[in-house]
Write a protein that binds this ligand. Structure first.
Ligand code: SF4
Length: 264
């Protein structure tokens, strides 16, 4: 009888060099880890990981600097775009990335993101929207869906007292300084692949000097939503996208340049 040779182990995933091999503090099933992986893969593919300076938020991803091995600067709550502006201006050779959640970017940091986008700062913003304040106990955020139950809206978000969810990416997309704005999701493998392509485009916008770029990534918070990881992914795919549709909102990738007298 012929002996069957043992199968050669197959490499099924090559960890990007800058994605550290440590256990995260994220809850089981949380989408932040997926977004970290996408960022690490894209920056490695584009060859900018060695000159990246990233700005960390306050929130569940406050320890992002432990999971992605770039040079990091920690910003006060909501101020990542302002800190990134300073870094980009004194280090024009650097690739500058911000990573923020919705509590950070869409609440206390609304002013900073709007004005960085309006100025067309050459930074790439990753905005992870899970519609809740995860780290502080699951309170209502500006992005919380109408009717969604949170610890501070136990009967569901009521528009009569709490208003409507804030579509940050649509708001920012109308600003002329924004070269690229899009919304992706981590709900399933297909969405994750598309989100990676959006992150790549947002990074290319900075490399080409086209302007400010932002990718909103719809993510889950199984703990804050009171769901299992599987339920939360289904909810993301079937419910959350009705308020936050996926896709590219604006793509102005050509770098702005002064017109010559002949073109006027
Ligand atoms: S609280 Fe929510 S967003 Fe924060 S780590 Fe846990 S699952 Fe993720």
């Amino acid at each position: 009888m012929t002996a069957i040779a043992p199968a050669t182990p197959r490499v099924i995933y090559q960890r990007p060099e800058r994605l550290t091999d440590v256990s995260t503090r994220y809850c089981p099933g949380c989408g932040h880890g997926i977004v970290h992986r996408l960022v690490a893969e894209v920056l490695e593919d584009l060859g900018v990981d060695g000159r990246t300076i990233a700005v960390a938020p306050v929130g569940c991803s406050v320890f992002a600097y432990e999971y992605l091995a770039y040079d990091w600067c920690e910003a006060p709550h909501g101020r990542a775009p302002a800190v990134a502006t300073g870094i980009r201006r004194v280090r024009p050779d650097a690739f500058v990335l911000t990573y923020q959640g919705d509590g950070d970017l869409a609440a206390i940091g609304t002013g900073e993101i709007v004005h960085a986008a309006a100025r067309g700062e050459l930074i790439t913003a990753i905005f992870v929207n899970n519609g809740i304040y995860g780290m502080t106990g699951g309170q209502m955020a500006p992005t919380t869906l109408v009717g969604q139950r949170t610890t501070s809206s136990p009967t569901g978000r009521d528009v009569r007292t709490a208003g409507y969810p804030v579509p940050m990416t649509e708001m920012l997309a109308v600003l002329p300084g924004v070269a690229f704005a899009a919304r992706g999701s981590v709900a399933d493998p297909s969405s994750i692949g598309k989100t990676k392509a959006l992150i790549r485009k947002a990074c290319e916008a900075q490399i080409r000097g086209a302007g400010f770029a932002l990718v909103e990534v719809l993510s889950n918070c199984p703990v804050g939503w009171g769901m299992t990881a599987q339920e939360s992914m289904r909810h993301l795919k079937e419910v959350v996208v009705q308020t936050y549709p996926l896709g590219v909102l604006v793509d102005r990738m050509e770098p702005a340049r002064p017109k010559s007298a002949k073109e006027d």
